[in-house]
Design a protein around this ligand. Sequence first.
Ligand code: PXP
Length: 236
Amino acid sequence: MVTLGVNVDHIATIRQARGGREPDPVHAAVLAELAGARGITVHLREDRRHIQDRDVYILKQTVSTNLNLEMAPTPEMMKIALDVMPYMVTIVPERREERTTEGGFPVREKERDLVKAITALRENHLMVSVFVNPDIPEIRAAAKIGATHVELYTGTYAGAVSEQNALDELDMLKEAAMAAHKLGLRINAGHGLNYVNVPAVAAIDNMQELNIGHAIVARASLVGMDAAVREMVALI
Ligand code: PXP
């Protein structure tokens, strides 16, 4: 069964707009889990533009499914991850000036940094996922250096400019998933998924979890978290 991981970063984005306490991503995580989410994801960014350290520490204690911490493999974030001990760390690339994550981590280009991070996380028994483009050499490299999961970047599929373009991108995701499965990796996917484009990705063989943030929080702002999550779970 394909499961839903809800990314609650943008609940924190709203909170940070006023610098107060509301809305609280911890409350959003509770509601998402009650509505059927099987994981909660947060991205602790270097600039702390949405999720704060406090959120990660409290979520570790309150999440009753699986907490997935997205982070760049920097010394600062490694220290926090090994202190918090989430269920899984997802390694993502990060550029301060980007509005959101713009693609997969360049696994082969930054292999040396990645090996160090993955080894330390695995020695501490954490699951480690690497956010990758649907590119088979990158997936092979992630498997070689000890990742347990890959999360396939679906942003290019989501941004397809025509039906044919979307079908071509979907084929790349299917081939990437097949390769990852043969290498013994578990497969997640995410970025840009919404209520229209999600069913085709959920139908990919061996898909395990879809991590979705923006579309769910956007809908939740109009219909509530419970309805927004239940509708996504039903589609998946
Ligand atoms: N997966 C990863 C690795 C991400 O970086 C993000 C965005 O923070 C998501 C999933 C969720 O993307 P979206 O907000 O577009 O659903």
